[in-house]
Design a protein around this ligand. Structure first.
Ligand code: CMX
Ligand code: CO
Length: 146
């Protein structure tokens, strides 16, 4: 079951300048940043709020690491802007299978690794009324060591 907006993915040409815009304009700070070579992105997650399912909602700012990546291609065509939305679920495998059964193209056979060790997959935008849609299961919270 999809229980929250996990994040909104925003494509930008210059991650550092875009991070500074969100900090200076809204006061949002970087919660986490990483490079995901498989996805071809350098990214910053800005936590906006926690949610009733124990998760959180973020903005995901994305700068391509290579021109032929999904974000690189999209930026070249569209310029900066909202690239995708992501719904959070406790069960990305089950939800992706259910959605595939409804005839929507799920891009990956198995979820891949996303931000902060999450497991992610994508639904084809042409099957989702023009919206590239991601499904995310957060990494389990590590219990403190004793
Ligand atoms: N939103 C809406 N439509 C999109 C889109 C997007 N983000 N990206 C591509 N499209 C549309 C294009 O406009 C194009 O439409 P037309 O045929 O009408 O022109 C069509 O989809 C095909 O686009 P393309 O430029 O030829 O690109 P590809 O088919 O090679 O790739 C997609 C499209 C969705 C398969 C690819 O972007 C993908 O695999 N995305 C998932 C991975 C991803 O986005 N990773 C980055 C984020 C990582 C993260 O969130 O952690
Ligand atoms: Co994303």
């Amino acid at each position: 079951m999809l229980t929250r907006i996990d994040h909104i993915g925003i494509a930008c040409f210059d991650l550092d300048r875009t991070v500074e815009f969100y900090r200076a304009t809204y006061g949002f700070e970087v919660f986490h940043s990483e490079v995901n070579e498989e996805q071809g992105v350098r990214e910053a997650m800005l936590k906006i709020n926690e949610t009733s399912d124990g998760g959180a909602s973020y903005l995901q700012l994305l700068e391509p690491t290579r021109e032929d990546s999904a974000v690189g291609k999209w930026l070249a065509k569209n310029g900066e802007g909202v690239h995708h939305i992501a719904f959070g679920t406790a069960d990305v495998d089950g939800d992706a299978a259910d959605i595939r059964d409804k005839g929507v193209r799920v891009l990956y056979d198995q979820p891949r690794i996303g931000s902060m060790g999450s497991r992610i997959t994508f639904l084809h935008p042409k099957d989702c009324h023009g919206v590239l849609t991601e499904l995310v299961t957060s990494a389990p919270v590590e219990s403190p060591e004793h």
